[in-house]
Design a binder for this molecule. Structure first.
Ligand SMILES: Nc1ncnc2c1ncn2[C@@H]1O[C@H](COP(=O)(O)OP(=O)(O)OP(=O)(O)O)[C@@H](O)[C@H]1O
Ligand SMILES: [Mg+2]
Length: 510
């Protein structure tokens, strides 16, 4: 009997074309009520496009959407919401300057005698906050909350409009491990209340943990489906990529030289009372581990001159930076792949090729390594090919590339110059498994050429497999350092949670 029941929501033969690209070609998806249905695929496979169609953000060119077996038209976000479908975008849409309750009811505030009824907002908000396990006052300003908590508020907001189908597009990409676990608890509890979840992520272990079924997309087409008992890391990778990729990147040993970057008693605006001391040698890959909020991004931003330093000094090849500006950092041979690539790393209306060759120009001038235009063009061609950047043409504005492909462009842009020191903040966030290997290979290639690399990563596997040495931070301080021999997940977590680091006390003094 249950077999004949139609899916709660079904996409049949959806096709979506953009100028020059077929993002979806006859794609189908069937999701049953109360399941956690994962949709996976490489960058540019069409996941976000499919979700936007289901949520009424954009229309399909061909194909139909059915709810409980009946064809519906979802040609606006309101219409989709009316059917109980809500999309939580990867970029959170909350207003920082409003409190939690106002955010939940934004645009549809309950009124009493013509006035906004803030008491009702508060009472109602509390109910939805409780559903997502948040014990905070609806009066809290959203801007003061962590990304993880904001994520939960987005979910509470979706529930407050009676969402029966919650679509989450890469919800964990900016969450810490603890916040991710909390999100999973909320997902489980929503599921037990009959809410259906469509879940997108590049982190396959998350899919293994929570998905009941997986639909795989490849190049805008259905590549297959896996049921609960078929879900495994290997099966997913094979279906997604269609080629064999080993799980871990195996690092080669190589020569480590003199110190190229030294950070001496640096105090950042974020943690002005703590000093950071560290060094990176030529050819060395130093992993920067720590929980979200440990001060790693702030430290890297300060070294690159995005944020001002409170005190302390930064030297490249023994030469001190004088005015701590980005321009000076670049001239001294520091390159940086920032965490927020959309804002800091890309010119969205320029094409891939121009974005990639942009910083290389000034580097070539400063570094005295003159490269001609032809050389640069072929560098960017090579980069687009090597990193498998999916773009209809190298002059297509990067604004229209998929999330993961935009990230590859930023990384490609900095890798194509010849820095002395390369700083990377979460280099593979949102990047698919194949491209990850490419990025690791490129990083390693640079290290081999003698570039000193300092990279912050929240992915344990990445830190463990890529680092010659790991520096762990906790609340603005370096709590310890681990050599390759000392490296283990336990050792990192111990230091990351502030455990027994003798350096904390000394660094915090003053
Ligand atoms: N508005 C648009 N204009 C032009 N092309 C677009 C537009 N939106 C998406 N595309 C293209 O459609 C394809 C699918 O993109 P989509 O964002 O759905 O991928 P994705 O699977 O979500 O990838 P990622 O994992 O990187 O987020 C890509 O080639 C992308 O460049
Ligand atoms: Mg996407």
């Amino acid at each position: 009997m249950t077999d004949s029941q139609p899916p709660l929501i079904e996409a049949r033969g959806l096709t979506k074309r953009f100028a020059g690209v077929t993002a979806l070609n006859q794609v189908s998806l069937a999701v049953d009520q109360g399941e956690v249905h994962a949709v996976i695929g490489e960058n540019g496979a069409g996941k976000s496009t499919l979700m936007k169609i289901l949520a009424g953000v954009q229309p399909q060119d061909e194909g139909a959407i059915l709810i409980n077996g009946e064809v519906v038209s979802l040609n606006s976000v309101e219409r989709a919401m009316g059917h109980g479908i809500a999309l939580i975008h990867q970029e959170l849409n909350l207003a920082d300057n409003l409190d939690v309750g106002s955010n939940i009811f934004l645009g549809r505030e309950p009124t009493r005698l013509g006035l906004i009824d803030s008491r009702q907002i508060e009472a109602e908000s509390e109910k939805f906050l409780e559903m997502v396990g948040l014990d905070i006052s609806p009066k809290t300003l959203v801007g003061t909350l962590t990304i993880g908590v904001q994520q939960m508020i987005e979910i509470a907001k979706a529930l407050s409009v009676n969402a029966r189908v919650l679509i989450m597009d890469e919800p964990t990409s900016s969450l810490s491990q603890l916040e991710t676990e909390e999100l999973f608890r909320v997902i489980e509890s929503l599921k037990s209340q009959g809410v259906t979840i469509i879940y997108i992520s590049h982190r396959l272990f998350e899919i293994e943990t929570i998905a009941d079924r997986v639909t795989v997309l490849r190049d805008g087409e259905n590549a297959g489906q896996l049921t609960r008992d078929q879900i495994s890391h290997e099966a997913m990778v094979e279906m997604m990529v269609g080629r064999d990729i080993s799980q871990f990147y195996a690092r080669e040993n190589h020569q480590i030289g003199e110190t190229v970057l030294s950070i001496d008693r640096l105090r950042t605006l974020a943690w002005p009372r703590h000093e950071v001391n560290l060094e990176v040698k030529a050819g060395e890959m130093v992993g920067l581990a720590g929980l979200v909020g440990a001060g790693r991004s702030e430290m890297l931003r300060t070294v690159f001159g995005i944020d001002a330093a409170v005190s302390g000094s930064i030297s490249v090849n023994g030469q001190k930076l004088k005015n701590h500006s980005c321009g000076e950092a670049i001239e001294m041979g520091i390159a940086m792949v920032p965490e927020d690539r959309k804002q800091e790393g890309l010119i969205l209306d320029m094409g891939t090729k121009d974005n990639i060759s942009l910083p290389g120009l000034s580097q070539n001038r400063v570094g005295g390594i003159f490269a001609n235009a032809r050389q640069e063009a072929s560098d960017s061609d090579l980069m687009i090919k090597e990193m498998r950047i999916k773009t209809p043409g190298d002059s297509q504005p990067v604004r229209y590339l998929s999330g993961g492909n935009q990230q590859k462009v930023v990384i490609g842009k900095w890798l194509s110059m010849n820095p002395t020191v390369l700083l990377l903040d979460e280099p593979t966030r949102g990047v698919d498994i194949g491209a990850k290997q490419e990025i690791y290979r490129l990083m390693e290639g640079l290290a081999e050429k003698g570039v000193g690399i300092l990279f912050a990563s929240s992915e344990m596997e990445e830190v463990l497999s890529m680092s010659d040495r790991v520096i762990v931070m906790h609340e603005g301080c370096v709590t310890g350092e681990l050599t390759r021999e000392e490296l283990s997940e336990e050792a990192i977590m111990h230091l990351a949670t502030g455990g027994a680091g003798t350096q904390v006390k000394t660094a915090a003094k003053g």
